[in-house]
Design a protein around this ligand. Structure first.
Ligand code: DQA
Length: 183
């Protein structure tokens, strides 16, 4: 099994473990504590088509390439990351419910469900899993129906419009948020 680690200050230790459900202490080193952090990335409907889907809007990077960029960044940031894609709203809801037992935080590009899904929003707010919403395109520069997100009000943060780099910014933001949460 592959593990990646993060160092946190000893004084923040108890509060940190309270706030992140799945991080485990790996070892104590002086006044630092080594913990692992696990993050889930969910890609919503039609994102499996990235690379050939409307490249003028979403670029030419495939989903597989995006996942590989995320993994590379996660390794550099010393966290564990797993990715999941589904075109089905119910599967995404199930995955979010299940995630609270296994992951400390969630990065989600809900794609079209951003603008329609009360069920995904409720899954995030019911479980309380810290969540960053990401979009490849800047949804606020696009059609009016894309300017309403059901997810943003229950997300810790939102990143939109930086292409595939939105995922990297989302990952960095989420890790920082998880580490600082209880300070
Ligand atoms: C998207 C924006 C959504 O409006 C759209 O339905 C998507 C992708 C994005 O990443 O820019 O499928 O979430």
């Amino acid at each position: 099994m592959h593990f990646a680690f993060s160092f946190i200050d000893k004084r923040a230790y108890i509060r940190f473990l309270d706030s992140t459900r799945n991080s485990k202490v790996i070892s104590f080193q002086g006044d630092k504590i080594l913990v692992d952090m696990k993050i889930l990335v969910i890609h919503g409907p039609n994102l499996n088509l990235l690379g050939m889907r409307e490249p003028e809007i979403y670029g030419k990077t495939t989903l597989e390439e995006i996942n590989s960029l995320i993994r590379k960044e996660a390794k550099a940031l010393r966290v564990q990351v797993e990715s999941f894609q589904s075109n089905s709203e119910g599967e995404i809801v199930n995955k979010i419910q299940d995630a609270t037992k296994k992951y400390d935080g969630l990065i989600i590009n809900p794609a079209a469900y951003t603008h329609t899904s009360v069920a995904i929003r409720d899954a995030i707010s019911s479980t309380g899993i810290p969540t960053v919403e990401v979009h490849i395109s800047n949804v606020y520069r696009r059609e009016e129906f894309r300017q309403k997100s059901f997810i943003s009000p229950v997300a810790s943060g939102v990143i939109s419009g930086f292409g595939v780099y939105s995922y990297i910014l989302g990952l960095r933001g989420l890790i920082r948020h998880l580490k600082n949460k209880e300070k």
